[in-house]
Design a protein. Structure first.
Length: 254
């Protein structure tokens, strides 16, 4: 492995897909993510791990597994780390699958890579959302472009024609994720991918309505009174309902 963590296979030819995984002090999550990508082992893809951990366990693990490209250095947050992944990506498409997110065992890799070979638009697939022992399908079809119905980045494939020249705007904070996807769809168009791409665990910043500070940021994201009312309702329900009930209710409207 060279000093920048790039293996020889990645240098040989441009892959169809680059998977970028951001990790910070979450070795179990990273192990789960990497294990899930074994279903893609015969496909044309490269995998970059961007490690911003303060501990050495992730770096030690990456230094011995040998089948991913990686860097380990401090960053200024998740979007800075994701931008580092974009700077290194060589695939026709890029997919962000961060530590703890996993490729679905139901994903048909042959169908996926056939689609990647013929498309230049953003591809949007299904996700499975997980909270403890509860699971919900987050469908890709008919999702609007606003941040709350915006496709999850874990199932969104961004074409190189977009990601080569666009980065996450870090000053937007948590809004950067939705802004990046909306910009990609506006520039490139989008097509529905009828595949379950991944599973991810709910409870992170993007699915958490605990903080009034986060609420204020999200309020600045939305453009209509209807969206603001929806956000306020979610914030209120978060505080009065058990979390499983809250996510079940949200899942019913997806």
């Amino acid at each position: 492995m060279d000093p920048d963590g790039l293996n020889a296979d990645a240098k040989a030819a441009a892959p169809k897909l680059t998977i970028v995984t951001v990790v910070k002090d979450d070795l179990p999550g990273l192990e789960a993510t990497l294990a899930s990508t074994h279903a893609l082992s015969h496909s044309s893809y490269e995998h970059w791990v961007i490690d911003g951990s303060s501990r050495s366990d992730v770096r030690s693990y990456l230094s011995v597994i040998g089948d991913v490209n990686w860097i380990s250095e401090p960053d200024s947050g998740i979007f800075d780390a994701m931008n580092k992944g974009l700077e290194r990506a060589q695939g026709d498409f890029v997919l962000f699958l961060n530590a703890g997110d996993v490729i679905s065992s139901a994903l048909d890799a042959t169908t996926l890579f056939a689609k990647l070979s013929t498309e230049s638009r953003v591809l949007v697939g299904h996700t499975i959302e997980v909270y403890k022992d509860l699971r919900w399908l987050r469908p890709a079809a008919n999702r609007a472009s606003d941040v709350f119905s915006c496709p999850a980045h874990q199932a969104t494939f961004y074409p190189r024609s977009f990601y080569d020249n666009n980065r996450y705007l870090m000053h937007l904070g948590i809004s950067a994720d939705g802004a990046y996807t909306r910009s990609a769809i506006r520039q490139c168009g989008a097509v529905y991918l009828p595949l379950i791409v991944c599973e991810f665990i709910l409870g992170g910043v993007s699915s958490n309505y605990q903080s009034s500070g986060v609420l204020k940021q999200r309020m600045r994201e939305v453009a209509t009174l209807r969206e603001q009312a929806s956000l306020l309702l979610k914030f209120w329900l978060w505080h009065i309902l058990p979390k499983g009930t809250f996510y079940s209710l949200l899942g019913a409207f997806k």
